[in-house]
Design a protein around this ligand. Structure first.
Ligand code: ACO
Length: 330
């Protein structure tokens, strides 16, 4: 890589299913109300992948859009990273299916990355490292989620939160001082219990008992997630900005993982930044986990909020627990 250049996002893309499920629709499924969901989370509707539809199709659409914007074809890619909470198949994951759909070139390396909702931020940072090491040039990072497939539709405390979708970024060396200025990845393994799906792994292989105990659905300790998320997002953002030699006054936009409006508001208050600088679209998509940041980025770029040269912070927290932030000059 030319030493004057930094790895950065050369193209982004996103895709969501057409099916909209509103809070009113959820009132028919569980004991909840539009008022409760909006006041506790800010979510009004979410997109759900209909039964029988394959989430890989969303990832392919998002990736093609990102490649088009970067002026590249799938054959130009030299690495693919798919961040997801639950892959297409436990073995071999999601990436091979994405690569097949994109018709990438021969011998392309790929892998799935599991870091909860922080997966996209982790993926960008891994891509940055691969490019800085001089071994790769055009890395595709995808966030892909079909959370509705392992959401417990009998559990009102979780099923109202999530949505399906995919987002993608092409990471490559960028000119004119643009690109990733700093990134900071963190985790706190002692809090692994906050978000979990216990069944189907080595500890609790699928069995009639795991099915009966509903262990193949996502479980969440909501209050614990809330408190940790606010503290972690602030801590990691401060650290990344310091590493970039910037302060909060330099930040044009924060594009956070879209979990919950109250979490984002509490983060903004703690960090000391107005909500007007925080890109929020969770009211229309819910929490799409690894896909939420690229979906929000695509919207904010398309409507002219984020422009070339802006300082943009991407920050997230998620199962593990993991957290992290990336500071970019767009
Ligand atoms: N509708 C109506 N009532 C509900 C619902 C619902 N959908 N869900 C829970 N309740 C009830 C509870 O049963 C409880 O009733 P009770 O007092 O009779 O026991 C009451 O509402 C209050 O429940 P709390 O859990 O105290 O509600 P709280 O105000 O804390 O909000 C929430 C819950 C929204 C889940 C909050 O804790 C939160 O946002 N946590 C973070 C969640 C999150 O962001 N998760 C994902 C992040 S990680 C990732 O992205 C994978």
């Amino acid at each position: 890589m030319n030493p004057e250049q930094r790895p950065g996002i050369a193209g982004i893309g996103a895709a969501v299913p057409d099916l909209v499920i509103t809070n009113k629709d959820l009132e028919e499924i569980v004991d909840t109300s539009d008022e409760w969901i909006v006041s506790r989370t800010g979510i009004r509707e979410r997109r759900i992948l209909p039964k029988g539809e394959d989430p890989i199709g969303l990832a392919i659409r998002a990736a093609r859009q990102a490649l088009d914007q970067a002026g590249l074809s799938p054959q130009d890619l030299d690495f693919v990273i798919t961040a997801t909470n639950l892959p297409e198949m436990p073995i071999p994951g999601s990436s091979p299916f994405l690569c097949e759909g994109l018709k990438v070139g021969k011998d392309l390396p790929f892998f799935d990355l599991i870091a909860g909702c922080t997966g996209f931020v982790y993926g960008l940072t891994v891509a940055e490292g691969l490019i800085q090491a001089g071994r790769h040039e055009n890395v595709l990072v995808v966030g892909l989620e079909a959370l509705s497939r392992f959401t417990d539709w009998q559990d009102r405390s979780t099923c109202v939160l999530f949505g399906d979708g995919a987002g993608a970024a092409v990471v490559r060396p960028m000119p004119d001082g643009r690109g990733i200025l700093a990134s900071c990845l963190s985790g706190d393994s002692s809090q692994w219990h906050l978000l979990r799906m216990e069944g189907g792994g080595i500890k609790y292989p699928a069995s009639p008992q795991t099915l009966e105990r509903r262990m193949h659905f996502l479980k969440m300790e909501g209050g614990g997630v809330f408190k940790s998320a606010v503290l972690m997002m602030e801590r990691t953002t401060q650290k990344a900005l310091k590493e970039a030699g910037l302060t909060k006054e330099d930040v044009d936009w924060v594009v956070p993982h879209q979990a919950n409006y109250r979490i984002l508001k509490a983060f903004a208050d703690r960090f000391g930044i107005p909500m007007e600088k925080i890109v929020v679209n969770l009211d229309r998509y819910g929490n799409t986990s690894t896909a939420s940041i690229p979906i929000a980025l695509v919207e904010a770029q398309a409507d002219g909020r984020i422009r070339p040269g802006d300082v943009v912070v991407l920050n997230a927290f998620g199962a593990g627990v993991t957290y992290g932030a990336v500071v970019l000059r767009w």
